[in-house]
Design a protein around this ligand. Structure first.
Ligand SMILES: [Zn+2]
Length: 397
């Protein structure tokens, strides 16, 4: 039976697993209920299964009946600190937690791929690592799993690694999208405290006011973006938090702000880490103030290997026929900890549309929204693509 037909038969079970995970979302690195559901879904399959020590990950290895290389498939499993407002029958039963990024779909699709590939074990030339990962949202779960040995789980390093990510908008349901090179941004955090000297607001000359200097820094960061970076290797800096003072007639001692810095190349990322602290300190100095600047490294740029991205596009056409895949013109400005894997192993990150048919993909709420909805109709295709990527890549060698 063709893989797509087999997956169609699995669709109800995948939707059931996905909705069960959706109802009980868990956040961060410790997802015991989700882990138990994954272990249950994999029960009885011919897999070598291990679980994480510092996090509730599941690593499952399928060894094919024929010799060959290793391929890794990754699905993340964690939810977000969002209170769901979709009103869906299977909506989150946990206030303050929601699968608003669709990682519940990734978990179900990867479990489905395990089933599809296990059915082909005898002919499979090599091994597949199924990486069920907690803590994608800000906890660098992928890095934790790398340090706990996920890349060596099958005894030798994978020749390629692939991840799928659903999107609640932009792409029609079932449409895949990827691109060679940068796929997602690096995201680092800039934390600034400007130290002044408080006093009476009517006599600023007797104080050292940190607020105008901090405002100047916020604007200078935007000028830095346009004057120090190539327009074709873009950078985004957004100050998302600015705090100072208590009332109108008091000059405070300190002003603080937080910014996210997004970049799409290792060189721009390194330049930001260099130039931002220097700019902040120099502005503080110009006003006779001091500033503490922390440039905290977040996730690296997610870079698709060009050959692997081209291979993924071929696999999509091979599995589903023409019209189901597109090569994205631009990267996305979000960030992903799959980047840590792609720093070690060539591979590709592929987006999958999961916008419900009654919504306009261009107008639908985005991932991370409390009203984002992901259609279960994407599940079978996602499971097929995971499985096809592994099968085709192992067969090619
Ligand atoms: Zn996500």
């Amino acid at each position: 039976m063709a893989m797509v037909d087999e997956a169609a038969e699995l669709a109800d079970a995948l939707a059931e697993l996905r909705q069960s995970i959706h109802r009980e979302p868990e956040i961060g690195l410790d997802l015991p209920k989700t882990q138990a559901k994954v272990l249950d879904a994999l029960d009885g399959l011919p897999l070598e299964i291990s679980t994480g020590r510092a996090l509730s990950s599941v690593t499952a290895v399928l060894r094919g009946g024929r010799p060959g290389p290793v391929v890794l498939l990754r699905g993340d499993m964690d939810a977000l600190p969002v209170t769901e407002e979709t009103g869906l029958p299977y909506a989150s039963a946990v206030p303050g937690a929601m699968h608003a990024c669709g990682h519940d779909l990734h978990t179900a699709m990867l479990a489905g791929a395990a089933r599809l590939l296990c059915a082909r074990q005898a002919d499979l030339p090599g091994a597949v690592i199924f990486m069920f990962q907690p803590g994608e949202e800000g906890c660098a779960g992928a890095r934790h799993m790398i340090s706990e040995g996920v890349l060596d789980a099958a005894g030798e390093r994978p020749i390629a690694a692939y991840a799928l990510h659903v999107t609640a908008n932009k792409l029609p349901c079932g449409m895949f999208s990827t691109r060679p090179g940068p796929m997602l941004a690096a995201a680092d955090q800039i934390r600034v405290t400007v130290h002044g000297r408080g006093g009476h607001a009517s006599q600023p000359h007797r104080a050292a006011d940190p607020i105008p200097a901090a405002c100047e820094m916020v604007l200078a960061l935007q000028t830095l973006v346009t004057r120090k970076f190539d327009v074709f290797d873009p950078v985004v800096i957004t100050v998302g938090c600015f705090q100072a003072g208590t009332t109108d007639n008091v000059i405070p001692d300190h002003a603080r702000f937080l910014a996210t810095a997004r970049s799409f190349s290792a060189s721009s990322r390194a330049a930001l880490a260099d130039l931002v602290p220097q700019l902040i300190r120099d502005i503080a100095d110009a006003h006779g103030l001091t500033a503490d600047v922390e440039h905290a490294a977040g996730y690296p740029v997610t870079v698709n290997d060009p050959a692997e991205a081209a291979f993924a596009v071929q696999a999509i056409a091979g599995a589903f026929g023409p019209g189901r895949g597109e090569t994205a013109e631009f990267p996305l400005t979000g960030a992903e900890d799959f980047s840590f894997l792609l720093d070690e192993v060539p591979g590709a990150f592929v987006m999958l549309g999961a916008c419900p048919p009654d919504r306009d993909p261009q107008a639908a709420p985005t991932n991370h929204s409390a009203v984002a909805v992901f259609d279960d109709a994407a599940l079978a295709g996602g499971a097929v693509l995971y499985a096809e990527l592994a099968l085709r890549r192992l067969t090619r060698g």
